[in-house]
Design a protein. Structure first.
Lengths: 279, 279
């Protein structure tokens, strides 16, 4: 299994490309002509009101849904035209953190994190150390034998992150990872996302309704030497040669991309609709 | 924030006016699509057996849950059904001085008809609902999507083990139901009709021929297939959150029970025709 860094160097094109994507259900189109691309190692923050298609965008990227029109390419492969069987192999390189964690409630935390490895018939003596490593990353190694129902909401999200990163994916898709959590727990989740981005160099799409999550990803990074989250300005001046990964914002409105740009452009916008997100 | 209207004005979309014919046509279309979806789900559940991956442990777990878990209800019901059958038929035969024939009739009725059908309906009530609610809960909490995102085909992991387990377990449950039914009938005939237990058993066993046993043990295989596939279909097509799960659970039991009774008519006709031709 290649590491994310090796995969990023071999994959020369963008990690994710949406080309004129439409997606609708009985009620009508939710996404209308969405086009964007995400270069490797970049983080794209998806913002928008409820029902504007942020989660649908993530599910399209993972191949869990097919667009009614247009195409979606991930790591150079067109997922919108691949069969479910073909997608099973591509999904080994994609991690998905669902909104409420989506842990399998009849399995323990350890079994949840090991799930993907068992599906791939990895040897049992290799599974345990990798599960332990993943749970240590999210600081929950002591919960391996507990059931998800015994964990708090924040802990379940962290286990979900551990489950998503067990295979060292190239892309991680986060669906409102801090939704419904208190500010302190939300910061813990964002710190984990920063660690995942800066330690493993993953490309990330993060759907959220909290603008502060996006700004946190833009303004902070994980310093591998001090093993702390630091402000990006401080990281630039630090002795390490770490370059913070780029973060962009994309705002949906009525199924279309209303804004796409970097944090400074969003922060300094005069647009009344976008200003409402900054309150 | 100041000056932002409390109620966001949205463009009103006029609702289309539907005639009675439109509603009926729409309902008919939905019904046809559901039959199509159900047929595809059922066909795939069998097709999955031909190629890997196969989930042997999941199948064993389901056999335990469906087979062993249904034993109490099947045995208790079987005993009382057999006893009631003897009381009802015995009271009629006594009028003609032929009470001794009670064992023959009850054995044939139990093995050919009541055993398979009532076992099927009892297990449908217990297991079809359980399957629908379990899979429905998994669907609304995105566990099915999580499974797909991690490279597992939900049809192979969730549907095929349940269908296979039910098809294998229902004939065994039916056999136990028939035996316990005859036991109940024996008790009723000894204490109510004053027939000898040995006479009852001897006549009951001698009345049965191979065609009766064939009919009695192939019907449960079809019923098992019906109740498992209906439960899986309803569970994986839940709409409307937890309320939808409740609705799907009820619909699964009702639909499975009705389909079992309807299938009974055709299977009985077929079995009688084949019994005349072959035996």
């Amino acid at each position: 299994m290649t590491t994310a860094a090796a995969a990023a160097t071999t994959n020369t094109g963008p990690a994710v490309v949406f080309d004129n994507v439409y997606l609708g259900f009985d009620e009508g189109d939710i996404l209308r002509g969405v086009s964007f691309s995400v270069p490797a190692r970049e983080t794209l923050v998806l913002l928008g009101e409820t029902g504007t298609g942020k989660t649908l965008t993530l599910k399209l990227a993972a191949g869990l849904l097919k667009p009614t029109r247009g195409s979606v390419s991930v790591l150079g492969q067109e997922v919108s035209s691949m069969s479910e069987k073909e997608l099973l192999h591509l999904r080994e390189r994609i991690g998905f953190v669902f909104q409420e964690g989506a842990l399998f409630d009849s399995m323990t935390v350890g079994e949840n994190v090991a799930y993907r490895l068992r599906e791939e018939h990895v040897k049992e003596d290799e599974i345990q150390p990798r599960v332990k490593e993943a749970l240590q990353f999210v600081e929950l190694e002591h919960t391996a034998d507990q059931l998800p129902s015994e964990l708090s909401g924040g802990m379940r999200r962290r286990v979900s992150i551990a489950r998503a990163l067990i295979n060292r994916p190239d892309i991680v898709l986060y669906d409102s990872p801090t939704a419904g959590l208190d500010p302190v727990t939300s910061q813990t989740i964002i710190s984990l996302i920063l660690r995942l981005r800066d330690v493993y160099g993953v490309t990330a799409l993060l759907a959220t309704q909290r603008l502060q999550d996006g700004f946190a990803l833009a303004n902070f990074s994980f310093d591998k030497e001090s093993k702390h989250v630091v402000r990006t300005d401080a990281a630039k001046g630090a002795k390490s040669s770490q370059t913070p990964a780029a973060t962009r914002f994309m705002v949906y409105k009525d199924g279309r991309i209303y804004f796409e740009g970097d944090p400074r452009e969003l922060y300094s916008t005069k647009d009344p609709y976008l200003r409402r997100f900054l309150v | 924030m100041a000056g932002t209207p409390l109620q966001i004005e949205r463009e009103a979309t006029p609702e289309p006016k539907l005639s009675v014919v439109d509603v009926l046509v729409d309902s008919l279309k939905r019904w046809v699509f559901s039959v199509q979806d159900y047929s595809l789900l059922s066909a795939r559940s069998i097709k999955n057996l031909a190629t890997g991956p196969r989930y042997f442990q999941d199948t064993l777990d389901q056999m335990d849950d469906i087979g062993v878990g249904s034993l109490p209800i099947v045995l208790i019901s079987g005993f009382f059904i057999g006893a009631v059958m003897v009381l009802q038929t015995g009271s009629q035969f006594t009028r003609f001085g032929q009470a001794a024939l009670t064992g023959d009739i009850v054995a044939i009725a139990l093995v050919r008809e009541l055993g398979p059908t009532l076992t099927g309906i009892l297990v449908a009530g217990r297991c079809s609902s359980g399957i629908a609610s379990e899979l429905g809960s998994m669907l609304v909490t995105e566990q099915v999507d999580a499974m797909r995102a991690m490279g597992t085909d939900p049809s192979r992991k969730l549907i095929t083990p349940r269908v296979l387990a039910t098809v294998l377990m229902l004939p065994l449950l039916t056999a136990l139901n028939d035996f316990v039914g005859l036991l109940g009938g024996c008790v009723a005939s000894v204490f109510s009709l004053r027939l000898g237990a040995v006479e009852f058993w001897t006549r009951a066993i001698k009345a049965l021929d191979f065609a009766d046993l064939m009919q009695g043990f192939t019907k449960p295989m079809v019923y098992g297939f019906i109740l498992a596939t209906v439960g899986c279909y309803k569970g994986l097509n839940v709409r409307g959150g937890t309320q939808g799960v409740g609705r799907a659970t009820t619909q699964a039991v009702v639909l499975a029970s009705v389909m079992i009774i309807a299938a009974d008519l055709f299977l009985t006709k077929l079995a009688l025709y084949l019994g005349d031709k072959l035996f």
